[in-house]
Design a binder for this molecule. Structure first.
Ligand code: PHE
Length: 350
């Protein structure tokens, strides 16, 4: 058969070739495109034909090569689109859905949100501040004398402590309470102020079932004209009843904080024995949940608020403590151990 005839036949073969699957596509490639396929035979034969035929046959050969390439692309892309459509039609819509496995909110986050929600209802907003604090916001503005024991190394994690005995102004520490945030708010806002500052705090304490060096607080601050201790008592009474139940009573015991005067420790009726006396409340019927008091006039003037015109109250509570009381958790370390068996028990919260 002469070469042009051969080329014509192969051309037709290429045109008619179908590749229903990848194997067929590969055999097309091997036969018509690969160096070891039909083409190389044709080019060998081409070398042997008389010169005056070379131009026409060469042209036909090149066309054939291009045809093979084009057909290969066509076959490959139709195979691909077939695969795509057969995949989507392969979905079985009658199968039951795979259940979403939701994580749970950490109990401390949940209790924090519950506390915020309760105070938001009576007009408190939320403010946050840095965990690394300067001496002014954590101590000095809050009326801590320079030699106050809380400044000592055993309580505070210092990051920089270049200070001498009577000048602490360059000290940088991890905040020991979120009262520092309240200083920042008072410096930046004119009264009336009603704000809640939740956050993580740090104290250099030995870790045990009851204490941790990292824990969380929610502190509250209310500054306005004519704010009184009665407002403080009523606010915390409202909170205790909303948080722990309608029968909860509150009790204020005299105490001392540098930034409040007068100051009080805040107790609620024991949630386990409801005041009867039990091992949790050491048979007193009461458990402590935080501290509170009237903002010391020195603190107000440190924050450029006129203490002649304004008064305020402040309170602070430990979130771990409240969570432990509310859900009868016996060891504070459980909050940071990430034991899924512990965390799963709070699935239904917030
Ligand atoms: N800042 C105090 C603490 O961390 C708590 C507190 C806040 C007490 C506000 C009184 C008023 O212990």
């Amino acid at each position: 058969m002469d070469l042009l005839e051969k080329i014509k036949t192969i051309k037709q073969e290429i045109k008619d070739f179908n590749a229903p699957d990848n194997d067929q596509l590969e055999s097309f490639r091997l036969k018509f495109i690969s160096r070891k396929g039909i083409m190389s035979n044709l080019f060998d034969e081409f070398k042997r034909i008389p010169n005056n035929h070379k131009k026409a046959v060469g042209q036909a050969l090149n066309d054939l090569k291009n045809d093979a390439q084009t057909r290969f692309q066509e076959l490959a892309s139709s195979l691909k689109s077939q695969e795509g459509s057969s995949k989507s039609s392969g979905i079985d819509l009658s199968l039951p859905p795979v259940q979403n496995t939701l994580g749970t909110v950490h109990p401390l986050t949940s209790v924090k949100l519950q506390i915020i929600e309760i105070f938001e209802r009576i007009g408190f907003n939320v403010s946050e501040g840095p965990e690394i604090e300067d001496d002014w916001h954590n101590f000095t503005a809050l009326n801590f004398p320079h030699n106050h024991p809380a400044r000592e190394m055993q309580d505070t994690f210092f990051i920089e402590k270049p200070s001498k005995a009577d000048d602490k102004s360059d000290d940088i520490a991890l905040r020991t309470h979120t009262s520092s945030v309240q200083v920042r708010v008072m410096e930046q806002t004119d009264p009336p102020i009603r704000t809640l500052s939740p956050g993580r705090v740090f104290r250099n304490e030995a870790i045990s079932a009851r204490a941790h060096c990292i824990f969380h607080q929610v502190e509250g601050l209310y500054v306005d004209e004519n704010v009184s201790f009665a407002d403080l008592k009523q606010t915390l009474y409202y909170f205790a009843r909303e948080m722990f139940g309608k029968d909860t009573k509150v009790r204020f015991r005299p105490s001392y904080f540098p930034f409040t005067e007068p100051s009080a420790e805040l107790d609620i009726t024991c949630l386990i024995c409801h005041g009867e006396g039990c091992p949790i409340c050491k048979y007193s019927g009461w458990v402590e949940i935080g501290g509170a008091g009237m903002v010391d006039p020195n603190v107000l003037s440190n924050c450029n608020i006129d203490p002649e015109k304004y008064t305020g109250f402040a309170f602070g509570m430990g979130i771990e403590r409240i969570t432990m009381l509310k859900y009868q958790i016996k060891d504070i370390r459980l909050f940071t151990e990430n034991d899924i068996r512990f965390l799963k028990q709070f699935t239904s919260l917030y």
